[in-house]
Design a protein around this ligand. Structure first.
Ligand SMILES: *Cc1c(COP(=O)(O)O)cnc(C)c1O
Length: 360
């Protein structure tokens, strides 16, 4: 068996230790004589798995007791619609901050259900920075303010939480959740598709403050209704039970690494190493303003697009895969989520230096 260093933006690498645990427990989970995939979600064994996963996530993120944690289906994209369904009426205004591709998708979906005010837009500098908070044109009494703390495609990240006063702050944390400690109390709603830093694709984790429940529109599809889901422990329908179990195994792994402080130290060091290698090369270039650079997704370009193919082929031969940039932007992108060890970043930097020597 030979495992590669997988720089995929998502579905992304999982910790090898977690994959080995899943393998060991595949045929017989804790003496039950069956896989978690085959268990009733109503039974005691799965109940304990689900509860433990929630408890571990609460511990990792220090989630206050007045927040519900939901394990839902449809990824982050389903939540793009669920948010307006749960927090608006058709004539409500919701403020959105547009920092790139994923903000845009959230905006496009919300527009189908409520009035959207794009309160700030980074278009002027081609989404290579975060619009200064002082220039945001927020709506007084808006239903919520939505932003994307980490733009997975553009590699732009908010390095602090914006202050929006009493209006609920809603954050798409798909590609940054669990990368470092956060103050959950600053948010009304946090949501994340699982396939970057949590587990398998299709699962979404939603963390919602209690006072924001009970507001769903009467025509909200039941599986999108946070209040109904919270009342049933995310088991109003059959949950994505195996994905939930994998997420729980990842939470346990993070705890064994030392929790989110340890993740932050590792992720900060990985990002610093890679950006320093890019900036110092005089060959590779990252287009993002240095104070908005993502810790998780590091896009970079070579001096000529003609070098992209040889770069990717050479990388693959070294066991460094999934480095192609998003089809909308080209170039390269290294996604270095929690499961990417420093050794993977070191191997990438070493390869980048060799490639530059040959082609620079
Ligand atoms: C990947 C991603 C999504 C989409 O997740 P799906 O599970 O495909 O719906 C949304 N937002 C961000 C920031 C992402 O990185």
């Amino acid at each position: 068996m030979s495992r590669v260093f997988n720089f995929s933006p998502g579905p992304a690498a999982l910790p090898e230790e977690v994959l080995a645990q899943l393998r060991d427990e595949m045929l017989d989970w804790h003496g039950e004589g069956m896989s978690v995939m085959e268990m009733s979600h109503r039974g005691k064994p799965f109940g304990s798995i689900a509860q433990q996963a929630e408890a571990d996530l609460r511990e990792l993120l220090s989630i206050p007791s007045d927040y519900k944690v939901l394990f839902l289906q449809g990824g982050a994209t389903a939540q793009f619609a669920a948010i307006p369904f749960n927090l608006t009426r058709p004539d409500s205004v919701a403020d959105y901050i547009n920092t790139g591709a994923w903000s845009k998708k959230a905006i496009g979906e919300a527009k189908r259900y409520c009035k959207v005010n794009v309160a700030a837009d980074a278009a002027a500098d081609n989404y290579s920075s975060i619009p200064d908070r002082a220039g945001w044109r927020l709506t007084p009494g808006a239903a919520y303010v939505h932003y994307t703390p980490n733009e997975t495609i553009g590699g732009v990240e908010f390095l602090s939480v914006p202050d929006v006063g009493d209006v609920p702050l809603v954050a798409d944390m798909s590609s940054t959740i669990l990368s470092r400690p956060i103050d959950v109390g600053r948010f009304g709603v946090i949501y994340a598709g699982a396939q970057k830093n949590i587990g398998p694709a299709g699962l979404a984790v939603v963390i919602v403050r209690d006072d924001l429940l009970g507001r769903a529109r009467p025509d909200t599809p039941t599986v999108f209704d946070w209040t109904a889901m919270a009342a049933d422990g995310s088991m109003l329908n059959t949950p994505a039970s195996y994905s939930w179990y994998v997420a729980g195994a990842v939470f346990q792994w993070i705890k064994r690494q030392g929790g989110l402080e340890a993740m932050a130290r590792l992720n900060g060091a990985k990002a610093e190493r890679l950006y320093a290698a890019i900036d110092g090369s005089g060959f590779y270039r990252n287009p993002v303003r240095p104070d908005c650079r993502s810790w998780m997704n590091v896009p970079f370009v070579l001096p000529s697009a003609d070098l992209d193919k040889p770069f990717l082929e050479g990388a693959r031969a070294e066991g460094l895969v999934a480095l192609a940039g998003h089809r909308s932007v080209g170039g390269m992108r290294a996604s270095i989520y929690n499961a990417m060890p420093m050794a993977g970043v070191e191997a990438l930097v070493g390869y980048m230096q060799d490639f530059q020597q040959k082609h620079g």
